[in-house]
Design a binder for this molecule. Structure first.
Ligand code: HEC
Length: 288
């Protein structure tokens, strides 16, 4: 009789567990469905996944491409976008030699003040930031139909889709489909959420000339400037991957030492037999 009751209780608790599990899964499924319905309702086209040379866990930046990307940024994007976290010194021994970086800095005009506090412009030095095109956000917005061009230092990590998004955005301009109104100074770009962007098309075939002679097609420039923007957002990218590889290679050796050490230090406890004496009259409760 008692057994039957116990079994009944077991069956009930098992059923309850199954129901709770099913409810849990349904809940997760609901969260997943909602999450995806939100993405599906977005009006932006999802960018293609492109084979970036720095995308794999063991790959590093294509520095020649990053250097060309700097040329694109300097000649095209710098007219509107700042790169406030990048200083000329960051270029030294990463994408340029020290002489090249110094020459780049000297080429730029930096706003400063003279000894009496009067505003002046002087040639840059390695410790200067890349110069910003506008003195402040309001001036930037006023010059661009009310939308301030965002700073590009961290842009490549800040947008969903990263490099794929930046590339697609720069090469994805097209005629607006019927029914979409594009105001003067704005453009239609299906990769931009909302479709209408305040940045007109910037890259054109042969729009610039590369120093290394690479044909400057629109997609080449977009690829290079995306690589440069990723380098700016993560200049330590290559070092990070190199260290990850070194540490991953060390893990098996460390694991052997740790396992051996653990067995060594626990061997005393694990090979002992503990006997607990009970005081008369104060026996522990018996296990059923
Ligand atoms: C004539 C000025 C101008 C130039 C030149 C320019 N941009 Fe822009 N850019 C803008 C403006 C304005 C916005 C803000 C658009 C908006 O919010 O509608 C913007 C936005 C962006 C964005 C952010 C889009 C987003 O998801 O919010 C990226 C990325 C970008 N620009 C990259 C570039 C690159 C790379 C270049 C150089 C090839 C460049 N821009 C050249 C004006 C410019």
């Amino acid at each position: 009789m008692q057994r039957a009751v116990a079994q009944g209780t077991k069956a009930v608790s098992r059923t309850a567990a199954v129901i709770a599990g099913a409810a849990g899964f349904t809940g997760l499924g609901l969260v997943y469905a909602l999450e995806n319905s939100v993405s599906a309702s977005s009006d932006a086209v999802h960018p293609y996944h492109l084979p970036w040379s720095h995308a794999g866990p063991f790959s590093s930046f294509d520095i020649a491409s990053v250097r060309r990307g700097y040329e694109v940024y300097k000649q095209v994007c710098a007219a509107c976008h700042s790169m406030k976290f990048i200083h000329y010194r960051h270029f030294v021994d990463t994408i340029m030699t020290e002489e090249e970086a110094k020459a780049e800095a000297a080429d730029a005009l930096i706003n400063d003040v003279d000894d009496r506090g009067a505003p002046i412009q002087r040639p840059g030095i390695l410790t200067d930031k890349l110069p910003a095109p506008y003195p402040n956000k309001k001036a930037a917005a006023a010059a661009n139909n009310g939308a301030a061009p965002p700073d590009l230092s961290l842009m490549s990590l800040a947008r969903h889709g990263g490099d794929d998004y930046v590339f697609s955005l720069l090469t994805g301009y097209m005629e607006a489909p019927a029914g979409i109104k594009v105001d003067d100074g704005k453009a239609y770009n299906p990769y931009f959420p909302g479709g209408v962007i305040s940045m007109p098309q910037q890259l054109f075939d042969e729009g610039i000339e590369y120093k290394d002679g690479t044909p400057a097609t629109m997609s080449q420039q977009a690829k290079d400037v995306s690589a440069f923007m990723h380098w700016c957002a993560e200049p330590f990218h290559d070092t990070r991957k190199k260290w990850a590889l070194k540490i991953a290679a060390l893990i098996p050796f460390v694991a052997v030492i740790l396992v051996y050490g653990k067995r060594h230090f626990w061997s005393f406890n694990k090979s002992q037999k503990f006997i607990f004496k009970t005081v008369k009259g104060r026996e522990p409760p018996k296990h059923q």
